[in-house]
Design a protein around this ligand. Sequence first.
Ligand code: MTE
Ligand code: MO
Length: 349
Amino acid sequence: MKQTTRTAIVKPLPEHLFRVHGNSAEMRWEAMSGMGYHTPNDRFFVRNHTSTPLIDATTWSLRVHGDGVRRERAFGYDDLRAMPSRTYDLAIECAGNGRRFYRTQQENGAPGTQWGLGGIGVARWRGVPLRHLLKEAGLLPEAVDVLPTGLDAPFEDHGHVRRPLPVSKAMDDVLVAYEMNGVPLPPDHGFPVRLVVPGWVGIASIKWLGDLEVATTKLFTPWNTLFYPEVTTQPVKSAFELPWNATVPLPGPHVVRGRSWSGRGRIVRVEVSLDGGTTWREALHHGAHLVKAWLPWHVNWAPRHTGPHVLMARATDETGTTQPSVTARHPLGYHFDAVVRHPVRVVSG
Ligand SMILES: Nc1nc2c(c(=O)[nH]1)N[C@H]1C(S)=C(S)[C@@H](COP(=O)(O)O)O[C@H]1N2
Ligand SMILES: [Mo]
């Protein structure tokens, strides 16, 4: 019998917008060129442990239960949509974003998906604060952890994708989102609802949410012991809105654009080098300066000679942390925050 090909991702993945890695797809950064503040849904990266499930919202419900709440509750899709909503511009970024550069730039590579810098996107998310649902279920003062579980197929022999969150974060700024950039969540991004956990590793933002257990003890799953131990807040990073090995014609001047972000807070400064790190200048930026999203910036560039050039961007966030030139080896390849050397080729115009 011939096997039918099943794709793990529902939306189209055109070659000019995505680089596919198994069940996941990374955005090509040139796909942000000419875009506004948000990453359009058609080019937002997808990170799936297995496959995108197709869920019927009319029969779906979200169970909130456990010894950390006074009463078990179940909320349907319409129940959630009828509650007071909040709208936030927030980034979701995979902990492994940039993993490839441990190998290509530092010779201390790590196994796993070899993401470039396209495992990030910023969307306008609308939904209900998780705090509201926990209060509705009668959150007890003894509650410690909240465990969201996804409805996608179990991953290997580890069960459904699930990762505990401390109650303090759950009660602070976590959103139970049902809308992404003004439309219902697309299937690949968690329809009917997902968590959006500002500033934290992408795995915290559980998609296809089906269950929330509230416990009075610390909880452990493979996703906070084996796969993403000790990673919470995302570090500061930058990317150019250019193809890898972009061709840049003489004489210019060109506007070179990029974005910087940090899970720890606002970006306060971005410096750019157009000569492989010999000289640096401050990038110009204006407009949105959001805490848990990103900062778009640009520099003007009139290259003077043809041939290979290396572009670099180095951001500083409000905690005073600047991107280093080298990142310490990480056994799982998470949190690559060093300045990335972006190759371009200047050609005669
Ligand atoms: N249920 C479920 N939630 C999940 C995942 C998953 O495979 N299953 N992947 C996580 C990871 S590792 C990341 S980086 C983000 C990616 O979100 P996106 O696919 O909408 O970009 O979703 C997270 N939530
Ligand atoms: Mo991830």
